[in-house]
Design a protein around this ligand. Structure first.
Ligand code: ADP
Length: 259
């Protein structure tokens, strides 16, 4: 942005020149653009389930309610879509809280073996139902200074993605080990459908999905990985992903042992 400011030499009111002010507004513009893109995305994401709820309710009101079987299946769709809306709104609020740093982290030493025990228990029923083996290889006696609830949120997101995007009979493996003296490496590997190379750099973006239909049918919001990335960064860590289509995907997180 360019501004011209008149400059006076003395107090006699005569102008002696102009001051040229150049201001770099590209960062501000970028932020504005990101914000309006986010609002557009959110609106779009909310509209889809709302349209479904409205459409099926209208059809029911228009007479379909008289046929019990149809009515049941439509009501199920309305119920599922409402759940989806709930999840979406929850994730959007969560992401916006994290992004504006309104989540105070409570750091304490977390013993990894016990932590993974508890986390895996929460996901075992889901894995069993889908016929997927949850395996682990966790170095014993490993401690990490972290916010335990947030660390669990990171693990739950990555593990449930692993379960979601892996066909029956496959496996999801958690590996945790000391990486050098000051870091812990957490790896979550699955034997699932994988992510095409061209999509890999974008999976941490909000609402980005490789396969929209698949993400929808598994109840995804497309926000899980953005939330994970932010939470890892709040722990001063890094996250990366590697994948081969049809073979599987590995997420690698490096976290400092001490914050
Ligand atoms: P979603 O709610 O759709 O799962 P995420 O932010 O968690 O959203 O993930 C973004 C996209 O990355 C997913 O829609 C999916 O296409 C892809 N993805 C994430 N994890 C995996 C995985 N373990 N295997 C294959 N694809 C994955």
């Amino acid at each position: 942005e360019l501004n011209l400011v008149p400059v006076r030499e003395n107090n006699d009111g005569e102008f002696s020149g102009v001051l040229l002010v150049l201001q770099d507004v590209s960062a501000i513009r970028r932020l504005e653009r990101m914000r309006s893109e986010f609002v557009a995305n959110v609106s779009h994401e909310l509209k889809t389930p709302i349209a479904a709820v409205k459409g099926f309710a209208e059809t029911l009101l228009g007479g379909a309610v008289k046929d019990e079987e149809t009515a049941r299946s439509f009501l199920q769709i309305i119920f599922d879509e409402s759940e989806r809306l709930n999840r979406l709104i929850g994730d959007i609020l969560e992401l916006s809280k994290i992004e504006s740093r309104r989540v105070p982290l409570m750091f304490s030493p977390v013993e990894m073996d016990g932590f993974i025990d508890k986390t895996v228990k929460l996901l075992e029923p889901e894995a069993k139902r889908k016929g997927i083996a949850l395996e682990r290889d966790v170095e014993s006696g490993l401690y990490l200074e972290a916010d335990e609830d947030r660390l669990r949120q990171i693990m739950m997101n990555l593990l449930s993605n692993g379960i979601n995007y892996t066909p029956e009979g496959g496996h999801v493996t958690i590996r945790i080990y000391a990486y050098g003296d000051e870091q812990v490496r957490i790896q979550i590997r699955d034997s699932g459908i994988g992510i095409p190379k061209k999509d890999l750099p974008r999976v941490f973006e909000r609402f980005y999905r490789v396969d929209k239909a698949r993400s929808r049918s598994s109840g995804g919001t497309g926000l899980g990985l953005s939330i994970v990335k932010h939470l890892v960064e709040l722990h001063k860590g890094t996250i990366s992903v590697s994948s081969t289509v049809g073979v599987g995907t590995t997420f690698t997180i490096d976290l400092p042992v001490i914050q």
